[in-house]
Design a protein around this ligand. Structure first.
Ligand SMILES: [Zn+2]
Length: 506
């Protein structure tokens, strides 16, 4: 990574801080898909997980470390030997790797969480960094809850960590308590009072409890911090982390004021954001900065008129800069495989031949039902390919539903398993419920729907319905997604998609 003084390192923690927050858990396969996209987005560091926290986390860090090329792969470890050893083990296959070790430094953490003392905590930090340094060159040390830490003690522990070999020191606002001017001043004071600070990159990790995570991070950069920890769509513990897309676009759009750069490929932002939504099934609020559906929509007459005459009247950045294209109408019934593949490539998807063939089949079926195929439709098809477990246990064949104001909703569903067609029916409170009950009877996997979202992709009455839902099965949550011009079929596919993730694990 270039150690240019104006270069801000983007450290992505979507797969660690983000993934550990409720409702965002991902399978190893899903984490890998997202990590590959983060590499295309050109983040500098991917924090892939916390290897010692569970065998699943260890495995996913190891998998990402072996497969994903480009960014540094980081793993999190408490300041405990076993954590650091396990982190090192998981990171071994990576070409560029970082051990990120942390310890609580505030009164609250030292006294109440660890029941320890300042001097013991400082010793533990030094021991942890030294051990990590024995394994890798690139070591990050975090003083957890730094904002509420006694300032003199913070300077001492940072100095000691850098002496022990930490190449990055991170100042987290773990509880999201800081105010931008205050946080900026704190970073300046750290710069002035830690004698060896120039030997390390100063990093910040801000939480959004007061909605200030991005502002605090930018204030820190202006004060000299050169790494920001952030997550796609701002996901993370509680109110989340600083949103990657907002930071990157603020730095890019206001380069005149910020006077720094990131290495992020901003044209990959929209796709990365959508991929995270499709993996987790958690939608973004329409007015969310940068990636919300309305972020670039100029609805009011005055604004539209202005933008048509001259874009810069009301537009500070273009949709194009985050990878959204204006050209939305793309393909139709007569489009061939070549045009299909080419458009997918323009949208940033490169599929393996098998996946391309099956996506093309789905495209043909859709094109028969719907005259115009939009970029959103193509993205949904590809998302289905990505979200679908390889060789799903159950394949969807058909669903027939009868429902109405005065009838009991009844559904008959056909699925395929190992070449055999399985049929059963179910009744329910409504057509979707009846369909899910029928699938439950066939698969013998019972779940409870905890969220259900439907939205239309594109415009028109024949638009594709896109269903994302979350199902709780045996205390585990699975996300499912399905799309079709028939919303009942889309629901059945989404439910089955979640069931298949459970069935694979069985
Ligand atoms: Zn955090």
């Amino acid at each position: 990574m270039p150690r240019n003084k104006n270069r801000v390192v983007i450290f992505d923690t979507t797969l660690r801080d983000g993934e550990q927050s409720p409702g965002f858990s991902m399978s190893i396969e899903e984490k890998l898909t997202l990590a590959r996209q983060l590499a295309k987005l050109k983040v500098d560091v991917i924090e892939a997980g916390f290897p010692r926290s569970s065998p699943g986390d260890f495995e996913s860090v190891r998998k990402i470390a072996s497969v994903v090329k480009g960014p540094i792969i980081a793993g999190l470890a408490r300041a405990i030997d076993a954590d650091i050893d396990s982190c090192n083990e998981a990171l071994k296959p990576a070409k560029k790797k970082r051990i990120h070790t942390f310890i609580g430094t505030s009164e609250q953490h030292i006294k109440f969480q660890m029941r320890s003392t300042h001097s013991k905590v400082l010793k533990m930090a030094v021991k942890a960094v030294t051990r990590a340094k024995g394994y890798v060159k690139d070591v990050e040390f975090s003083a957890m809850d730094a904002v509420r830490t006694d300032r003199k003690f913070l300077y001492d522990i940072l100095e000691a960590a850098i002496d022990a070999g930490a190449t990055t020191v991170n100042i987290p606002d773990t509880v999201g308590y800081a105010i931008p001017s205050e946080f900026g001043a704190m970073i300046s004071e750290i710069m002035q009072n830690v004698p060896n600070i120039k030997k390390a990159v100063v990093s910040v990790h801000c939480h959004n409890d007061l909605g200030l995570a991005v502002s605090n991070s930018l204030a820190a950069v202006l004060a000299g911090a050169r790494q920001i920890e952030c997550a796609v769509n701002g996901i993370g513990e509680r109110a989340g982390n600083a949103a990657l897309e907002e930071l990157v676009m603020a730095i890019q759009t206001r380069k005149d004021y910020m006077n720094v750069d990131t290495g992020v490929e901003s044209k990959e932002i929209a796709k990365t954001s959508k991929l995270l939504v499709s993996i987790t099934g958690v939608q973004i609020q329409p007015n969310k900065a940068i990636v919300g559906e309305n972020a670039f929509a100029h609805e009011s007459g005055i604004h539209q008129d202005g933008v048509l005459k001259e874009r810069t009247t009301f537009e500070i950045m273009t949709p194009h800069s985050i990878g959204l294209s204006d050209n939305k109408l793309v393909l139709g019934k007569h489009s061939g495989r070549h045009a299909f593949r080419k458009r997918l490539e323009e949208l940033g998807f490169t599929l393996k031949t098998d996946d391309l063939n099956s996506a093309f089949e789905k495209f043909k079926i859709l094109a028969d039902k719907k005259k115009e195929i939009f970029d959103e439709d193509l993205t949904a098809i590809v998302d289905e390919e990505i979200g679908e477990p390889k060789n799903p246990v159950f394949e969807f064949l058909s669903a027939q539903v009868s429902s109405g104001s005065n009838t009991i909703p009844t559904a008959t569903v056909q699925l395929k398993r190992d070449g055999e067609t399985l049929t059963d029916s179910g009744i329910g409170d409504g057509p979707v419920d009846a369909t899910c009950r029928a699938i439950e009877r066939i698969t013998s996997i019972q779940g409870r729907m905890i969220s259900y979202n439907i939205r239309s992709l594109g415009v028109g009455k024949d638009a594709v319905g896109d269903v994302s839902l979350r199902v709780k099965i045996d205390e585990q949550i699975f996300a499912g997604r399905g799309s079709s011009t028939d919303v009942i079929e889309a629901s059945a596919k989404a439910w089955l998609n979640a069931i298949n993730k459970k069935a694979v694990g069985k």
